[in-house]
Design a protein around this ligand. Structure first.
Ligand SMILES: [Fe+2]
Length: 444
């Protein structure tokens, strides 16, 4: 089964479900989506008798294997499974189109049709909890990340409906993230390297918050201060929701008009936070307003004659730039983390606060968690935790010397002198969530 088969299956199932609400039965669009679901199901079960997709503790499992990245990306499907009382779906051989359609209708809450042909069976739960739970010791941190994604989705929905931003759960959300940063700092840093193309603004907010909380903790902020910093970092780009998506995702050079639109987002964000249904978020609004203003005040918007940016804005700026540089977008390749850190250092003293840059670099190390490194043996290793001495780190071999993907990577101490090159996740096909799960025992 190809690595991408399950992702494509979940994606096409999601599409068929949303079509149930959009089009009448038999509409050409629905037929196309159902054909696609047939095809992806075929790839998923190619050459095997059948598979079981089940859910537990905020995660999807394919047979006995946890799907870390998919558990985050398809959390809306996870919720539908829960709401419909579905623990598992057993796909037999090649399921019929009728059964797949009925499964989607059932999940879409359109009637109570359950698959009738017998090629899909529900809730057989062939694996017991203890068989799956051993893979799920990261369930708490995954839960915090999922809850944060849900929170940001809710904020975006409330803004798109023309209401004020509903940020009443912002403090609760940041408290969940903070707990993880304090309890599992290494795992949190690795998780902050999680990327996706679909929900960039949400992932970006959470990654920025995880990094900012780590910096805040290192410089000795107390819990109340950390929560304020975290809320600011989480919501700093909220104003982007008000900028047309064609401009946000524009693949070429932006013209002046587009830039003017982009430059509105700090103001828009600050206003949305102030007008939102949450209390005491003036500092978060300030962070949103100032996050592009730059340390030497040469950025945007012009914040007037104030001498310096708020400490939390200066922390957020660094984490914002780092996460943006290390993320692939439709118009640019990602930078490897180590290269992004060099860019951060190059901006120290002008764009970014030099003291805080120093703290940031000391936390992330030369090769930050999530880095993918080519070794002198030809193997590819993923960094699990950065070393503090600058010479060694905990890593796991992701690709063997002959180019084979290592399915259960084991961790080892890697010396920096063995690194011969930097790679990107898209070169290797390994995401941070999977790495976190595979290497959980070595973290923290
Ligand atoms: Fe921004």
């Amino acid at each position: 089964m190809p690595d991408t088969a399950v992702t494509e299956f979940l994606g096409s199932l999601r599409r068929v479900i949303s079509n149930v609400h959009l089009y009448p039965a038999g509409h050409p669009q629905s037929e196309v989506a159902l054909d696609m679901l047939m095809e992806t199901t075929g790839s998923l079960t190619a050459g095997i008798d059948g598979v079981v997709l089940s859910i537990m503790d905020n995660a999807f499992y394919l047979d006995r294997t946890l799907l870390p990245q998919e558990s985050l990306e398809y959390r809306d499907l996870y919720r539908l499974f829960q709401e419909r009382g579905l623990d598992s779906i057993s796909l037999e051989g090649r399921p019929s189109s009728g059964d797949l359609g009925e499964l989607a209708a059932f999940l879409a809450k359109d009637g109570s049709d359950i698959p009738a042909d017998g090629t899909i069976r529900l809730n057989e739960r062939p694996f017991n909890r203890s068989e799956l739970v051993k893979f799920a010791s990261m369930s708490q941190i995954r839960h915090s990340y999922t809850a944060s994604l849900d929170f940001l989705q809710g904020v975006a929905d409330s803004m798109e409906d023309g209401e004020g931003a509903d940020i009443s759960d912002a403090v609760w959300t940041v408290e969940q993230l903070l707990e993880q940063v304090l309890l599992q700092p290494g795992a949190s840093l690795l998780l902050s390297s999680l990327k996706t193309h679909d929900e960039y603004t949400f992932y970006h907010g959470i990654n920025t918050a995880l990094l900012a909380l780590t910096v805040g903790q290192r410089i000795g902020l107390n819990t109340e201060q950390l929560v304020q910093l975290g809320v600011g970092a989480l919501l700093h780009d909220l104003g982007k929701i008000r900028v047309p998506v064609e401009i946000i995702q524009y693949p070429g050079r932006l013209d002046d008009k587009m830039w003017t639109e982009i430059k509105r987002h700090p103001h828009e964000g600050a206003q949305a936070i102030l007008a939102g249904t949450g209390e005491g978020q003036e500092i978060a609004a300030l962070v949103a307003l100032e996050h592009h203003a730059q340390y030497d005040l040469t950025g945007y918007p012009d914040i007037g004659r104030r001498e310096r940016l708020h400490l939390y804005s200066r922390i957020t700026s660094i984490c914002d730039v780092y996460d943006a540089l290390t993320t692939r977008r439709s118009y640019k390749r990602a930078m490897p983390p180590a290269t992004a850190l060099q860019t951060i250092v190059a901006g120290s003293g002008t764009q970014l606060d030099p003291d805080l840059v120093q703290v940031f670099v000391s936390i992330l190390g030369i090769f930050p968690a999530g880095s993918l490194l080519r070794l002198d043996t030809g193997e590819v290793a993923a960094v699990v935790t950065a070393g503090h001495d600058g010479e060694t780190m905990t890593a796991a071999i992701a690709i063997s010397a002959d180019g084979e993907r290592v399915s259960v990577p084991e961790t080892f101490m890697l010396e920096a002198s063995r690194v011969t090159g930097l790679l990107l996740p898209e070169d290797v096909g390994l995401d941070a969530a999977t790495l976190l799960e595979a290497s959980q025992l070595a973290i923290d």
